[in-house]
Design a protein around this ligand. Structure first.
Ligand code: PXL
Length: 290
């Protein structure tokens, strides 16, 4: 009782701040805060928009700020229960993320290895950055790549057709062999026609699957929204399959609500309309065993 944490759990989110387009910190802060988690943003870059098709954003690099913020937090003794990284703008930023990880070895280290989507690597990710991202992945407790990023990390071609359950399990295990004890891969199309987010816990040798409805539009920032909801649920003490289900259901609501309005997909999901759903913590038990 005496060593109870007498404050909300705290996450250092080493991520960019993109003013328009609903991704990274503008998604991560409201989601985790709604789930009762304190977010301490460590902005890596300030951009006017994300890099997904809204012409060339104004770009302010804050790489040096990342290490300086770490030095300050160490000086004043700030503790974090989790350190969470996502989209990164330079190799220097990866070095500083590694320094944060080394400074907080007991924290739950989460790497969303944002590098690409739909079989393509984002233009801003050089081969050297892809290689350095693997170093970050090796230190993580949990990674949340999409299928494209999983293939990049494994050095494999993006599958031309849907995959089987045994291929999916093998992918999860091989990603976990790179370091992280929890692997969650989003957006997996199965040969039986289902779309699912799948997960693996190495210590339990447990495989999970949560199916999701297909909506024929891609919105930026949905990976950030998924990983932050997943992280919020895990820090709240939920099991991995329940946390995956919570994140999947929330994203489904956000995507379908937005799709109904027919808004420009580049503007992201209408988070403001659905955020309140995260404050209710109904038990989740609709996941499946993969
Ligand atoms: O959602 C990932 C992301 C984060 N930040 C920036 C991005 C993207 C994806 O394109 O461009 C700046």
């Amino acid at each position: 009782m005496l060593n109870m944490l007498q404050r909300p759990k705290r996450v250092a989110a080493i991520q960019d701040l993109s003013g328009f387009g609903r991704c990274s910190l503008t998604v991560i802060i409201p989601i985790l805060s709604s789930m009762g988690i304190q977010v301490c943003p460590v902005p890596t870059t300030i951009l006017s928009t994300h890099t997904g098709g809204l012409q060339t954003p104004v770009f302010l690099d804050l790489t040096d700020y990342v290490s300086q913020s770490l030095a300050h937090y160490r000086q004043i003794g700030v503790e974090f229960e989790s350190v969470y990284t996502g989209f990164l703008g330079s190799e220097g930023q990866i070095d500083h993320c590694l320094a944060y990880f080394a400074a907080y070895p007991d924290a739950f280290l989460v790497v969303d290895p944002v590098m690409g989507d739909e079989g393509k690597t984002y233009k801003t990710y050089t081969p050297e950055m892809v290689r350095r991202m693997a170093e970050l992945v090796a230190k993580a407790d949990m990674i949340t790549p999409n299928l494209t990023e999983s293939c990049i990390l494994l050095g494999e071609a993006y599958p031309a057709s849907p995959i089987t359950r045994s291929q999916a399990k093998s992918m999860l295990v091989r990603l976990s062999e790179k370091g992280p004890k929890i692997v969650v891969v989003t957006g997996v199309h199965f040969a039986d026609g289902t779309l699912a987010n799948i997960g693996y816990e190495r210590e339990k040798n447990a495989f999970w699957s949560v199916s999701c409805r297909y909506v024929p539009v891609k919105y930026p920032g949905t990976g950030d929204a998924y990983t932050s909801t997943l992280l919020g649920a895990l820090l709240g003490g939920e099991s991995l399959p329940a946390a995956m289900e919570r994140a999947t259901r929330f994203l489904e609501t956000a995507i379908k609500t937005t799709y109904g309005y027919g808004s420009d997909p580049r503007h992201g999901v209408m988070l403001e309309m659905v955020l309140h759903e995260l404050s209710s913590q109904e038990p989740m038990a609709g996941y499946q065993i993969l």
